[in-house]
Design a protein around this ligand. Sequence first.
Ligand code: FAD
Length: 284
Amino acid sequence: MNPTNEASQSAATATAAKRVLIVYAHPEPESLNGSLKDAMREHLLASGHEVQVSDLYAMKWKAEVDADDFPQRDRAAKLIVPSDSRRAFDSDALTEDVRLEQDKLRWADALILQFPLWWFSMPAILKGWFDRVYANGFAYGVGEHSDRHWGDRYGEGKLAGKRALVSVTAGGWQEHYSPRGINGPIDDMLFPINHGVLHYPGFEVLPSFVAYRTGRLDAAQFAALRERLVERLDGLWTDAPIGYRRQNAGDYELPALTLRPGLERQGAQGFALHVDDAAARLAS
Ligand code: FAD
């Protein structure tokens, strides 16, 4: 089977079957991340779902956005990425690798990202997947843009109605990522991915699965970790998402898009302002 396109369907539970895209970023197939990706794929297939895996290193994914991404552009003109991206998207002239990944996103009911935390973020190859696949008109630049409506984003957009889950492994301890931990709180660290990259084009984002202290694991620790992760998959369609506020639901003053005074949980500041716990409960 082609490892980069592992579409497969179980005959069982056809009515409950959903479609899951796993985007996986690790250079070593035998790595912990590779093992967790395999465990997820097997569990989802055994549960009757369809699964595709984008294995970015195996695909030799091109991570940089550059002029080659827009083959029909005027080479004499200055490259302006949002404009060139828009023109290419509207005329179906994006490169084939990008169009295939966009099709996978359209196909999927849920997106799962599996990656190691590298320098407090995702590996560059995965960031480059978003930079290129999230074209203007596909993931941003969607909907009316005016002083009354700043686009369909943050809960609306072309990927609305789909769910997303980040599964990340970290070398640091859980305490290092606690509210007073030296690295900063994990929810803050993952906010740019969960809110900025996933909620922005419409995904409902589930609380992340984080594996800490992963530098050295024995067989029993690995088995326990794998078990915790696949249990999370059973809640993929039912778990309450993070209650990120919707941009166009009245919580933000226009045109500044600042949170209306008084809506925040007592004491909330910074990233936490954009989480409404009541919204999460209602959505579940
Ligand atoms: P691996 O090295 O493949 O495996 C880890 C352990 O799991 C090993 O003991 C291995 O034997 C065991 N294992 C793997 N598969 C199995 C299996 N099938 N069965 C049993 N045991 C298994 N950490 C942070 O916390 N914050 C950072 O900002 C950060 N930045 C980093 C930047 C870089 C460039 C690098 C290289 C590392 C960084 N780290 C950071 C550490 C990094 O997050 C961890 O090294 C990574 O998460 C471990 O995942 P892996 O898949 O590479 O593990």
